[in-house]
Design a protein. Sequence first.
Length: 469
Amino acid sequence: MTPKCAHILSGIAIFCLFTCHHKTQQNEERTYDFPELVAHGEITAATLNSSVSYFRYKGQPMGYEYELIADFARTHGLHLNIKIAENISQLIEILQNGGADVVAYPVKIDNLAKEDVLFCGHEQQSSLVIVQHASHGDTLLTDVTQLIGKAIYVKPDTRYHERLENLNRELGGGIRIMDIAEDTVTTEDLIGMVSRREIPYTVCEDNIARLNQTYYRNINIGLEISFKQRSSWVVRKSAPLLAEAINKWASDNAGEKTYKTASKRYFELSKYPVDLKPQIIDGQISPYDHFFKQYAPLLGWDWQLLASVSWQESHFDPSAMAWSGARGLMGIMPETAAHLGFELPEMDEPEKNIQAGVECLRRFGRRFVNVPDSLERIKLTLASYNAGLGHILDAQQLAEKYGRDPDVWSGSVNEFVRLKSEPKYYADSICKYGYLRGAETYNYVTEVFERYEYYKQETARTVAGKVRP
C-alpha cells in the first residue's frame, strides 16, 4: 500500500469513528460551551499517558500537552480536570459523550473529521523517523533507499512495524525488519540500545525521538520515513466559542510564550547526566558533609548515602535547577517544599534544602516500614524519592500480579518500574499513576548505591583526619 492510499484509508477510518460516536452518543452530549465553562469555573481535558503528553513525576503532573492546557485553564481562571484515555478512539468517545470539554492531545487533522469536531490550538506536524547512532566517524543514513540491507529493530503489531512493511514494499524489498517480541522491551529501551550501539536502528514518532534526544547526545533522528501529518486538539462541534478561545490563547503573546517554554523544556533542554566523578579530598566528600552527618541519623542512614543522593540530584550545587523544576542540593520540587512546610526561597539554602530532602525521604520510608529487609526498604524509598511514591506502589502491585516479591527491589519491583513506560503495564487497571520513564528510576537507585559504596570506601581511609597509608 502506498503512503497516499494509507493516508486516505486512515482518514476514512477516523471519519467513521467520529460519525459513529456522534450518532450513538448525540443524546448524551453535554452542551457546555466556553461561557458555561467560565460560569462553572472548571474545564475537563482528555489526554493520553505518555512521555510527551501527560505523566506524573515526583508527585507532580507534567507533560508537554498538559502544560499547554494547564496554561489555558490558568489564563481563564478555570480549574483543570484531567481524564486519561487508553487510546485516541477512547479520547474521542469521552469527548463526544460529554465526559470532557477538549481533547488535549494531537488528533490527526482530516477534512472528513472536520464534519464532526472542531480542530483548535497549536497545530503540530509529525512523522515517523529512523533513530540511528551519531558519534564522530559514523556514516548517517540520509535517504530511505539507504535502508535496503539494513536491520531495523521494532516491536511487532505497532504503527512503526506497519510503516516499515509498507516502505519495504515500496522499495521492492531488502529492509531487514527485526521484530523485538519481548513485552519487557519498550520503545525507549530500543532508543537507548541504539545509543549504546546494541542495535543499529529503530523507529518512532519524531516527537518521542526529539524528547529522547535530550537524554542521549549521540543519536540522530533526521531521516523521516513517512509523510508529515497535521494534528491539533479538538472540541465538540457544539463548542465553537471554546475553540475560538483556545485559538485566541494559542496565538496571543502569553500562549506563544508558554508554547515556546514547554517546547524547550521537553524537546530541547538537555537531560543527559554530566559526566563528572566526585572528588574526595582528605575524606571530605563535599562542603556540606557536616549537614549530611547531622541529618542522616534521622533516617537511620550512613551520612555517605545521603551525600550520594545529593550528588545524584545536584552534584552538590545549591543553585542547581533541573528540567523538572527540582532545585537545590537535594532536588526538591517547589510543591514538595510547600507540602513539607518550607518556603520556596529556603530551598536555595543548603541546610534547609537538606532538611527538606531528609523529611521527604523519611515520609516515603514510612510507607515501607513493613518491608522486612532494611536494605530493600532503603532502595524502595530512594526509588520513591526519584519517581514519586505512587509509581513505586504501582510497581509493587505489578510485581505481585506477575508472581514477583513486592518487597524486593532488585530483580522484582525495579523491573516493573522500568516497564511503566510501556502501555501494557502502566495502563493496567491496578496502576493508578500511569506512565513513567522508568529506566531513569531503575538506574537512579543503582547509581546512588554504587557511589555510596565508593564514598564509604574512600572515607574509611581517613581516621581522625589522617589518611591511612
